[in-house]
Design a protein around this ligand. Structure first.
Ligand SMILES: Nc1ncnc2c1ncn2[C@@H]1O[C@H](COP(=O)(O)OP(=O)(O)O)[C@@H](O)[C@H]1O
Ligand SMILES: [Mg+2]
Length: 382
């Protein structure tokens, strides 16, 4: 088992800085998700850790060992790719054991001419059966890949990595070729597998839902730069900047341009068409923003229909009169597109709402759950 430590890891492709001074420590046995939009540098970061791509700057440690100059096969890492390829003419057993059968070690005599098999037949057999049991593939070991479903093939690709008993797993969007239902199922299996094996894992995805459900911690990457690394709940509750606020959570957080004004013993956010009271508890943080234009962030699920009995009580500082544009029932919740002045917002309200398209209603903003961002730096004020 091992931790992975990245220190200012950088990759420049001519003018493109794919990964920019990535500093991150993945603890032993941790499941860390690296998430971000397409092209933000996830694959490049993973390939550098695996040794498939040379870093142009920074350091990679696996355990206490600096591995920048260690060849991929000596890094004790197994990587599962998005586009895994199984050998079509080989059985599941042979696909899984192939790497182990091939691996040879020097005998010490007349090296490197004399080599021997690294693993005995019995050892290979033990590892394949153990991995197959973990993955529910035991009854399929003699099948060929074309006789398997997509999900089963994906598990064989995982099995091939597991039998190597690596110190670290690197997974690059391994579920993206599966259909939605299978993806959810395999996601759960991967988490269970990680609990049982306890192998340090770095898992790459562009899907924030996948990141939220799988990660012990999530590192959010944008344009090669790490934005924030924290637990799923902390990222959701306390996004460090507007990028993370918009990326984590679905539907995305509403952002409204406001002017911060002092009022009474606190502050209000004036959006022109409406005004809301900012949380008193955050007054010290808000003070330096007085008179400035900021972005007020409020998640759709933190907006309530005032006509329904709810946990958040209406006050003079949290009720907003809005026009209902579109009402989309989703089952438990109703997604509402609402407008107020020039602002268009999304609200997720209880399905008991009577609001219909074209209505004018009052909604409550749960201001204790609101966020405020400096408009220039895009970083969170609170
Ligand atoms: N071999 C390469 N040569 C030049 N540019 C590359 C190469 N590989 C990746 N890039 C660029 O680096 C950036 C990050 O790519 P990548 O790591 O594949 O992103 P992601 O996996 O997050 O989608 C992109 O702008 C991509 O075009
Ligand atoms: Mg990629």
């Amino acid at each position: 088992m091992a931790s992975v430590r990245l220190n200012e890891l950088t990759k420049e492709f001519k003018e493109v800085v794919a990964v920019n001074k990535l500093t991150l420590e993945i603890k032993d046995k941790e499941f860390l998700v690296l998430v971000g939009p397409s092209g933000c540098g996830k694959t490049t970061a993973l390939r550098m850790i695996a040794g498939l791509e040379e870093a142009t700057g920074g350091e990679i440690f696996i355990g206490d060992r600096l591995v920048n100059d260690v060849s991929p096969k000596d890094r004790d890492i197994a990587m599962v790719f998005q586009n895994y390829a199984l050998y079509p003419h080989m059985s599941v057993y042979d696909n899984m054991s192939f790497g182990l059968r091939l691996k040879r070690l020097p005998t010490g005599k007349l090296w490197p001419m004399n080599t021997r098999r690294a693993f005995s037949k019995q050892e290979i057999d033990r590892r394949v059966h153990e991995a197959a049991r973990f993955l529910g593939l035991e009854s399929l070991l003699q099948r060929k890949p074309k006789q398997l479903s997509g999900g089963q093939r994906q598990r064989v690709a995982l099995g091939r990595a597991i039998v190597r008993e690596p110190k670290v797993f690197l997974m690059d969007e391994p579920l993206s070729n599966l259909d939605a239902k299978l993806r959810v199922q395999t996601r759960a299996e991967l988490i269970k597998l990680h609990r049982r094996l306890g192998i340090t894992t770095i898992y790459v995805t562009h899907d924030q839902v996948e990141a939220m459900t799988m990660g012990d911690r999530i590192a959010v990457l944008n344009n090669g730069i790490m934005q924030q690394c924290d637990t799923p709940l902390n990222l959701y509750n306390h996004p460090a900047n507007m990028f993370v606020a918009g990326f984590i959570g679905s539907p995305a957080m509403n952002m409204v341009s406001v002017t911060v004004k002092a009022q009474g013993d606190g502050f209000v956010a004036d959006a022109g068409a409406f005004q809301v009271e900012l949380p008193k508890a955050m007054a010290d943080k808000i003070k330096p923003e007085e008179g400035k234009t900021c972005m007020l962030g409020i998640r759709p699920e933190d907006i309530y229909d005032k006509n329904l009995e709810g946990l958040v009580k209406p006050t003079a500082g949290n009720v907003v009169k809005v026009n209902v544009d579109v009402v989309e029932p989703l089952g438990n919740d109703v997604e509402m597109h609402i407008t107020v002045g020039d602002h268009t917002l999304t609200a997720m309200v209880d399905n008991k709402t009577k609001a219909r398209s074209g209505d004018q209603i009052e909604v409550i903003f749960d201001m204790d759950k609101s966020h405020l961002f400096d408009k220039a730096t895009e970083t969170a004020v609170y």
